[in-house]
Design a protein around this ligand. Structure first.
Ligand SMILES: [Zn+2]
Length: 250
């Protein structure tokens, strides 16, 4: 069974079985070992869901018109589920909401001067909340801080698993794309700080992309073969990244 883990800052571990896939949403500090244990502990529930789903699918196939492309319908449903609603995008542009690690969170006024994330809300000071410009500024400052704290750890962990060590890690405002590919030949890993807004699978893809440039400077066939060996679903991730492109325009 395919297991897809999405990391979140929320203090949760949620398991959902859907169309032969186990979707796990877990706090970023829950280790893979712990997740495996949780899945193991819930195996009876998962198997029951799977059996129910399998029989439903069999029923569906029997009643479906023979020419209906099942996979296409399924992909379409998943795509709609993932897309961020246009009204929500408006609120994100207004600094009333933001996206953190793939989750949409509300931006709300805090009683203190600190910026912090709690539940599904990002608290910013009353002064910063006053107008759009100040809200966006406070959100961006928080994203930069998160990049230094969390993404730097992800980069180190990817680097040690691939036995690669960057000479420098930089989180900047990368105007074109999410990674500054040209700096990688000097082993400088320069990633847009807004990478913190993306879900884990897309962050991993971008980190792998940056590391791949240590060996291959251009986006040629060898480059994509290298990426494909690391992340066989990289083409899906590239497409998914398009959905988050608007974040770079805020
Ligand atoms: Zn590149």
């Amino acid at each position: 069974m395919k297991v897809v883990v999405t990391r979140t800052l929320k203090n949760v571990v949620k398991i959902k079985y859907d169309n032969g896939m186990l979707n796990v949403v877990a706090n970023c500090f829950v280790t893979r070992k712990r997740l495996r244990k949780i899945i193991e502990e819930n195996s009876a529930w998962i198997n029951a869901k799977k059996e129910k789903d399998d029989s439903k699918q069999a029923e569906k196939i029997q009643t479906q018109a023979p020419c209906e492309p099942l996979n296409k319908a399924h992909n379409l449903a998943r795509r709609t589920e993932r897309e961020i609603d246009s009204q929500v995008i408006k609120e994100i542009f207004a600094g009333k909401k933001t996206v953190i690690m793939g989750d949409v969170v509300n931006v709300v006024k805090s009683m203190s001067n600190k910026t912090y994330l709690e539940g599904s809300s990002l608290y910013i000071s009353e002064k910063s909340f006053a107008d759009r410009e100040s809200r966006v500024k406070a959100i961006k400052a928080f994203l930069r801080k998160m990049a230094g704290l969390y993404v730097a750890c992800e980069v180190s962990s990817f680097g040690s698993s691939a036995s690669l060590c960057p000479s420098k890690i930089e989180f900047k405002d990368v105007s074109d794309g999410w990674v500054k590919c040209s700096l990688a030949t000097q082993r400088i890993l320069c990633v847009d700080y807004r990478i913190t807004q993306l879900p884990l699978n897309l962050r991993t893809y971008l980190i792998a992309h940056a590391f791949a440039h240590f060996y291959i400077p251009t986006h040629d066939e060898n480059f994509w073969n290298y990426i494909s060996n690391l992340l066989p679903r990289y083409e899906d991730y590239r497409k998914q990244l398009d959905e988050y492109d608007f974040l770079k325009d805020i």
